[in-house]
Structure formats: structure tokens, C-alpha cells
Ligand binder design. Structure first.
Ligand code: FAD
Length: 452
């Protein structure tokens, strides 16, 4: 009989924590998990899932427009935000319930409470006096939306958390930031008919993505009505009755019914007792871990967004699987963070895997680049000017495809499949040997012959 109350205590029931707890429970370990908000974490409650539903909703306006060219008359279309919001929230509640059931099926004890470390092998729950002793602790507390602290009127802005629950759809919104969350919410709100402005301090949106993709998406957002203001920061937000008045560093003043910060996310490490327990943090305040998600303290592990490696749901899940395999199944496993596909559900959608042209050039010298831009067949009759951009980055010597970047309606779906080929290290010649599937947009990926 173990001298500890539990073999594993997981703090945070999000994508990573839930998977790790379930796998440890299924291995016959005595496992508990604490969640201070709602089971399912960011992805299920206020991230990937509800966001994707809002993206779907926002795309109907373009579909209604395109339908005309195909002979449809859409005489009357109106949109009701509370219906969408409540349907999405009902689905979120259903999924959260499934997560909870799955935890209980794996014999994981669930505490709906905030937890913190009190030493390297003890946990304190807010609503429980006596500390719990544990053999191993897994910190999977995720991240939180950053706010522009110090900005005058900062408290008047919302973040993505509140955007899902708005009482009413604003007539106008000013979104601060230009990462994937900012771009996705600009797509959502503008698609739903909200006058949308994006303000970004840099010169081009979607930093970190391939340069051509960034240019393409920014131009398309602007062409479809999003007001993109670059090289500007906020100097003040003030209350103007029903609206907010935003002053920018370039002297512009913009009135908007809502202001939303999408200025990045910070690891959730505050008040967790980590430093007191001797756990090292990185400069950005994330938990420092090795490739097995081990911290410098033997009994404490961390994974997912709180470690700030690659902040995506499937990554948190794979890190959790590797952790459980290593610690509870006797099969040491670490997750390879290279060639992880990623998406931006913007307008158009973006799917990408592997190196950008810039990154590849830095590593391998002058890489081979293949590029194509075209109007997807569906858009031609529809009179829709949106174009698709596809780009392959190829190793100059061994001809491996190092990166695939797609901005177009099926970009993320294609990137998932392209990721198999990139991960497998297939060469451009092997891509070219693959027969096209006609008529699709995807066939262009195996038909690019001219280097650009
Ligand atoms: P989380 O899922 O954040 O879970 C952490 C949990 O810990 C939370 O439930 C929190 O309440 C809880 N917690 C924190 N502190 C404590 C404490 N002291 N005690 C108890 N509980 C605590 N990723 C994708 O892959 N694709 C997408 O399309 C995508 N879209 C996104 C859209 C938005 C708007 C956001 C915000 C994120 C999105 N992400 C997306 C990122 C994804 O949600 C995260 O990478 C993922 O949820 C990380 O999982 P995690 O287990 O590390 O943490």
C-alpha cells in the first residue's frame, strides 16, 4: 500500500490533463484531477471547439452571396446571435459532460476546485483544509489571455473568453492583435455582419507563418471588408456611452461597440506554489521541462500550454500520452515537436506544416520554392474573387518537401494530410509521382512543376 493519498494528482482538466489522468487511471493508478472552472479546458470550453462553430456560422454570409451565381435566390436571410451562442454553449456543455464521464470511467477522482502545490508531494485544494499527499504531480493548467495591462481604459476591453458569451452581437468591434486568434475572430465577427477593425503593432498579420501566406490573408481580409490597421498601438480606451473610443499611437480615434484583446496568451503558473516547491520556470513564466515533461523536481511534471512549447490541443494530448507511457506503462516516450500541422480558420483558411520559406532558407541556404495561386473552381461561377495560394518548400539538395503552406477553403484539411508526407520525409519527386485527383483544388499540390 502506497504511503500517498494518490499515485498521480493532475492540476487542470484540459486537453492534456484529462488525457494523462485517464491513461494513468486505466493503468490501475490511483488518480485525482482538480479543475477550477469547467472540465474540458480551453479547447472545449472557450477555444478550438466553440470557435470553429462560430467560424462555420460566419461563413454563411459568403455562401449566400455565392449561391446567386449558381441560380439560387436567397431572398431573406437574417442572423440571430443568441440562437448561435446558446446552441454552441449547449454543445460545449455536452462535450464537457463526456469528458467528465470518461474521467470517472477511468476511476479518476474529480475535484471541482482550485489546486496548488504545498511542497513537491502535496496538494492543497481551496475548499479542503487538509493537504493531499501525492507521489507524482502533473501541472496542466494551460494558459490565459493576455491583457494590455497599464493601458488607460484596459478594463473596458474583452478577450476571447467573453466573446463567446456576449449578450448581444456588437455593431462594431476593434480587435487588438494579429495572431491566429485575432484573425479568426476578425473573420467571425465580420462574417456575422459586424464592422470589424484589426489593430496591430507590426507591419503584417500572422507573424510566424510563411510570408506569402501572411500577405495573402491580410489582403483578402481587407478586400472582404475588415479594416486592418498596422504599425499602430493603443494609447487609450475610453467609455463613450454605448461605445468605446479607442485612441491609437498614429493619432487615429476609432469608435467601436466592443474592444477585444487578442494579444497573446500567458502560461498559468501564478499562485500555484511552484516556486515555493522548487520548480523552475522559464523567462516567460512557463514551467521549464525536458522532452519527457519532467521538471527539475523529481515528483513534478508539466505539459500543455503551461510549458509554452507549442500551444495546440493535439500537442498537449500527445505530450500527455508520452508522459503516461513513460511514467505508468514502462515505455519511455517523448513527443517530437517538429512538423506539427497548424491552422488559422481565417478568411481564407490557412493550413501549414513544416518550415516557412524564411526558416528553410536560414537552415539550408537557397531552398526550392513552388508556388501557385488560383481562383478555386467554385468561386468562378459564384463571382467570388477569393484566391487560393499553395506553396511547397523543398530542400535544395535532397529534394525533401520541408514545408507546405496553403491559404484556401480546405487549407487545414489538406495540411493534415500533407503533414503525413512531410513527416515521412517524402521528396518533391515522390509528390509528383502521385496522380492528381481531378477536379479538386488539392491536385495542384502534385502538379507544381516550375520553381518560383
Ligand atoms: P487547457 O486546455 O487550457 O486546460 C487547463 C485547465 O486548467 C483549465 O480548464 C483551467 O481552468 C484549469 N486550471 C488552471 N489553473 C488551475 C488550478 N490552479 N486548479 C485547478 N484548475 C486549474 N488549439 C488547436 O489545436 N486548434 C485550435 O483551433 C485552437 N483554437 C483556439 C482558440 C482559442 C480562442 C484559444 C484561446 C485557444 C485555442 N487553441 C487551439 C489552443 C488550445 O485550446 C490549447 O492549446 C489547449 O487547450 C491546451 O491544453 P492544456 O491541457 O495545456 O490546457
Amino acid at each position: 500500500m502506497s504511503k500517498y493519498d494518490y499515485d498521480l494528482f493532475v492540476i487542470g482538466a484540459g486537453s492534456g490533463g484529462v488525457r494523462a489522468a485517464r491513461l494513468a487511471g486505466q493503468a490501475g493508478k490511483r488518480v485525482a484531477i482538480a479543475e477550477e472552472y469547467r472540465i474540458g479546458g480551453t479547447c472545449v470550453i472557450r477555444g478550438c471547439i466553440p470557435k470553429k462553430y462560430l467560424v462555420h456560422a460566419s461563413e454563411f454570409s459568403e455562401l449566400f452571396h455565392d449561391a446567386k451565381g449558381y441560380g439560387w435566390t436567397v431572398e431573406w436571410a437574417s442572423f440571430d446571435w443568441p440562437t448561435l451562442r446558446d446552441n454552441v454553449q449547449a454543445e460545449v456543455a455536452r462535450l464537457s459532460g463526456i469528458y467528465e464521464t470518461n474521467l470517472k470511467r477511468a476511476n479518476v477522482e474529480v475535484f471541482e476546485d482550485r489546486a496548488a502545490l504545498v511542497g513537491p508531494q502535496a496538494i492543497k485544494l481551496t475548499r479542503q483544509e487538509k493537504p493531499i499527499t501525492v507521489e507524482k504531480i502533473l501541472v496542466s493548467t494551460g494558459g490565459r489571455a493576455s491583457r494590455l495591462m497599464g493601458l488607460k481604459g484596459e478594463e473596458l476591453a474583452i478577450t476571447s473568453n467573453e466573446a463567446f458569451l456576449l449578450k448581444e452581437l456588437p455593431q462594431s468591434i476593434l480587435i487588438v492583435g494579429a495572431g491566429y486568434i485575432a484573425v479568426e475572430f476578425a473573420t467571425i465577427f465580420s462574417g456575422l455582419g459586424v464592422e470589424t477593425t484589426l489593430v496591430y503593432r507590426g507591419d503584417k498579420i500572422l507573424r510566424g507563418f510563411d510570408d506569402d501566406i501572411r500577405t495573402h490573408v491580410q489582403a483578402n481580409l481587407q478586400r472582404t471588408g475588415v479594416n486592418v490597421i498596422t504599425l499602430a498601438t493603443l494609447t487609450e480606451i475610453s467609455d463613450a456611452g454605448d461605445a468605446r473610443l479607442v485612441t491609437l499611437s498614429n493619432g487615429m480615434r476609432i469608435e467601436a461597440a466592443q474592444v477585444m484583446f487578442a494579444t497573446g496568451r500567458e502560461p498559468n503558473t501564478e499562485g500555484l506554489g511552484l516556486i515555493e516547491a522548487g520548480v523552475q520556470l522559464t523567462e516567460r513564466g512557463a514551467v521549464a521541462v525536458d522532452q519527457y515533461s519532467r521538471t527539475n523536481v523529481l515528483s513534478v511534471f508539466a505539459l500543455g500550454d503551461v510549458t509554452d512549447r507549442l500551444n495546440l490541443t493535439p500537442v498537449a494530448i500527445r505530450e500527455a500520452v508520452a508522459f503516461a507511457e513513460t511514467e505508468f506503462y514502462g515505455r519511455p516516450l517523448s513527443f517530437d515537436h517538429r512538423d506539427v500541422p497548424t491552422a488559422v480558420f481565417g478568411r481564407p483558411h490557412v493550413g501549414a506544416v513544416g518550415l516557412t520559406e524564411h526558416e528553410a532558407n536560414k537552415l539550408y541556404g537557397d531552398v526550392d520554392v513552388y508556388k501557385t495561386s488560383f481562383r478555386p473552381m467554385k468561386n468562378i461561377i459564384a463571382g467570388n474573387e477569393s484566391r487560393t495560394l499553395m506553396k511547397l518548400i523543398v530542400h535544395p539538395q535532397d529534394q525533401r518537401v520541408l514545408g507546405v503552406h496553403i491559404a484556401g477553403p480546405e487549407g487545414p484539411e489538406l495540411a493534415q494530410l500533407a503533414a503525413i508526407a512531410v513527416k515521412a520525409g517524402l521528396t518533391k519527386q515522390q509528390w509528383d509521382m502521385t496522380c492528381a485527383l481531378h477536379p479538386t483544388a488539392a491536385e495542384e499540390l502534385v502538379l507544381m512543376r516550375e520553381k518560383s
